[in-house]
Design a protein around this ligand. Structure first.
Ligand SMILES: [Zn+2]
Length: 112
């Protein structure tokens, strides 16, 4: 595997962008491999690394199709559905609780 060029933080050359910077331009890496990496030295820890992609090889973000909206809606519904009472809580089930709030509350009452 080829060694990636490493640039100092803030010294990235033109034509490279992080995934987040691509996203801000409405682009995505588009299957290209990481082209370079940025390293920011940190004290007592390994350097903070950011991966860079070539802007000229980036592709536009795929537009949302009806199928993709359906998949997105199903994912969001799954995140709102309480695994215990199987109802749509109307909000994302908090990971700290693992259930909707009423279920978590009743669980605590039973335990007490
Ligand atoms: Zn519930």
């Amino acid at each position: 595997m080829a060694v990636l060029p490493v640039f100092r933080w803030r010294l990235a050359p033109d034509g490279y962008a992080t995934r987040r910077q691509l996203r801000a331009r409405g682009l995505r890496p588009g299957g290209q491999c990481v082209a370079a990496q940025l390293e920011r030295p940190r004290r007592r820890r390994g350097p903070l690394v950011a991966y860079l992609y070539r802007i000229d090889q980036a592709r536009p973000v795929r537009p949302m199709t009806p199928g993709r909206w359906r998949a997105h809606a199903a994912m969001m519904r799954a995140r709102r559905t309480c695994p215990r009472c199987r109802t749509d809580a109307g909000y994302c089930i908090p990971r700290s609780l693992g259930t909707c709030v009423p279920c978590a509350d009743s669980g605590q009452q039973h335990a007490a």
